[in-house]
Design a protein. Structure first.
Length: 134
């Protein structure tokens, strides 16, 4: 995708989008980046520092975004790619966003099934990646 998007950006027919959409896309990207980092730090802290091996059971995340969806880190990564799409507005960046969405939904579904198998009281109705939608 990187090469495909790069080739598109250097075509003579490519026109950069309006400044406003680049600014909005940049803000969306930065917010997604920061929130994704916060989620990853929270997930990292759930692992025991004494136990370097990956454990089969993890405590359930309790950070606020984890109450909305199974994998908010995926939500915020999607947010980053949405911001990227707004900054360049090409078909290629949109296709990439859709492919990432499908991959994240598949991964989140697997994680949700693992959470349910480890903790039968886990909220089965929680959305996978996008609150109230997916």
């Amino acid at each position: 995708f990187g090469v495909w998007i790069g080739l598109t950006l250097f075509k003579p027919t490519f026109y950069p989008p309006e400044t406003v959409s680049v600014e909005i896309g940049s803000v969306i990207f930065i917010i997604g980046l920061i929130m994704n980092f916060i989620c990853h730090v929270h997930l990292r802290r759930l692992r025991s520092s004494k136990d370097k091996d990956r454990r089969t059971e993890h405590p359930l995340p309790q950070l606020k975004p984890f109450n909305l969806v199974v994998c908010p880190n995926y939500l915020f990564e999607l947010m980053m790619w949405l911001g990227f799409f707004f900054t360049i507005q090409t078909i290629e960046s949109f296709v990439f966003l859709i492919v990432v969405l499908f991959r994240m939904v598949i991964n989140a579904r697997e994680k949700k099934l693992r959470y349910i198998s480890q903790n039968p009281e886990y909220n089965r109705d929680k959305n996978l990646v996008i609150p109230y939608i997916i």
